[in-house]
Ligand binder design. Structure first.
Ligand SMILES: *Cc1c(COP(=O)(O)O)cnc(C)c1O
Length: 411
């Protein structure tokens, strides 16, 4: 069975991480090396996670209570919660699903005199064209923050140079993962200095915890090969466990209700050193291969099935989403055929604030999450398996003859 996801890390990287855990090294020095490599111009900051840096950002900005933050309506739940925790109001912006970009028309409608910033997420491994959003935001004096957690595509791309803040995640399910860690680019040096000062008050992450994490993923990376994975799935089924839930909860970065405390840590030296190694040695050919496989699948499917992000820019296919009327049936057909397609994901539609004058229905974002199925895509899946997967989808999907593709009101 082709597992839904291949962790984008090799056993040799994990072994090196374990070695770093056993070797004493000052965290401050490791951080300096990493930040210099990531951002030779000095505009980079490393954090334990995107959520950690995002938390430090709002703390450092110190915006007046009740300030509004426009945000792409779909993200992981913690991102909106972090904004709310700082007594600010996230205002979700619905998506154009073809480009996986905020609907630009909505921006002026959702803006109020309290609006201070906009957070744009580049979802599923593609990129949003930032120019129109940047232009509008700059005219209106808003801070522009890019969430590039799903969009790492090599050192040549550190976010849009005009964005105020760009954030990349190296959490366990992300591209070029170091099983944690995040890199930010911050345009304003004073803001960067204030964020660093916030972070310096936090304790350093325990090396032992990080070591445990490395060991856990060493095991996962063995299980997530087709044969052991099939065994794992059938064992779970025999014992009556929902393997979907097991995987989903096992890979969560900060489980539990005390996640807010957990994100407020500095990364330990072994994590920072492993992240540096990942950046230096990352196999760009692998990424290009994944992107090419994704494009092949897109060619096979996009005429028949709605593929969100099909018109996003620089698609790297971190995941391959499709929208279908009956996601349960399509997922189970794919699983029977040996493809571990998944309906579980960590995304949510951010709730609009009550009494907001332009409270949007968020119809597109809701449709995305209701109809979403994620197909496995990574370099190890041979082309013939991809063609077979496409056929299974097309057979299972069977659109009614009256099916009219939904068009999206842009402009
Ligand atoms: C993974 C992810 C994050 C969080 O990244 P961490 O480094 O795990 O905190 C934020 N936004 C999006 C869109 C993500 O996919």
């Amino acid at each position: 069975m082709w597992p839904r996801k291949r962790f984008d890390i090799r056993l040799t990287d994990i072994a090196t991480g374990i070695f770093y855990c056993l070797k004493p090294f000052p965290a401050a020095q490791a951080r300096e090396r990493l930040e210099k490599f990531w951002a030779p111009d000095g505009d980079g900051l490393a954090f334990l996670s995107v959520r950690s840096g995002f938390d430090a950002l709002w703390e450092a900005l110190g915006l007046p209570e009740g300030s509004e933050v426009l945000i792409t309506a779909v993200n992981i739940p913690h991102m909106a919660e972090i904004i709310r925790f700082h007594r600010l109001v996230p205002v979700p912006v619905d998506l154009d699903l073809e480009r996986m970009a905020p609907l630009e028309d909505l921006l002026p409608k959702l803006q109020s005199e309290k609006t201070r910033a906009i957070v744009v997420a580049h979802l599923f491994g593609g990129q949003v064209r930032m120019e129109p959003i940047l232009r509008w935001a700059k005219e209106n004096g808003l801070l522009v923050i890019e969430d590039c957690a799903q969009a790492y595509s090599g050192l040549h791309y550190r976010g849009h140079p005009e964005a105020d803040v760009s954030m990349f995640s190296f959490g366990s399910i992300k591209t070029a993962t170091a099983l944690g860690g995040a890199l930010f680019r911050i345009r304003n040096p004073q803001l960067a200095a204030r964020m660093r000062a916030v972070e310096e008050r936090w304790p350093v992450q325990s090396r032992l915890k990080y070591l445990q994490r490395l060991l856990k993923y060493a095991w996962f990376s063995v299980v997530c090969r087709p044969v052991p994975f099939a065994l794992f799935v059938s064992t779970c089924r025999l014992m009556g466990y929902d393997y979907d839930q097991i995987i989903h909860s096992a890979v969560r970065g900060f489980p539990g209700s005390d996640w807010r405390e957990k994100i407020r840590h500095r990364a330990c030296a072994p994590l920072l050193l492993l992240l540096l190694r990942r950046l230096k040695r990352y196999d760009m050919a692998r990424l290009a291969q994944r992107a090419a496989k994704g494009e092949m699948l897109l060619d096979l499917l996009s005429q028949h099935v709605f593929c969100p992000g099909a018109k996003a820019e620089n698609r790297t296919h971190w995941v391959f989403p499709i929208l279908v009327d009956d996601p349960v049936a399509v997922t189970s057909r794919l699983q029977q055929a040996g493809f571990d397609a998944a309906r579980t994901h960590s995304l949510t539609v951010i709730e609009a604030p009550p009494n907001h004058p332009a409270s949007p229905p968020l119809a597109e974002s809701k449709r995305l999450l209701q109809q979403l199925v994620c197909l496995p895509i990574y370099p190890e899946i041979p082309d013939r398996a991809i063609r077979r997967m496409a056929n299974v989808v097309l057979e299972a999907y069977r659109p009614t003859p009256l099916f009219i593709p939904k068009t999206h009101p842009i402009g």
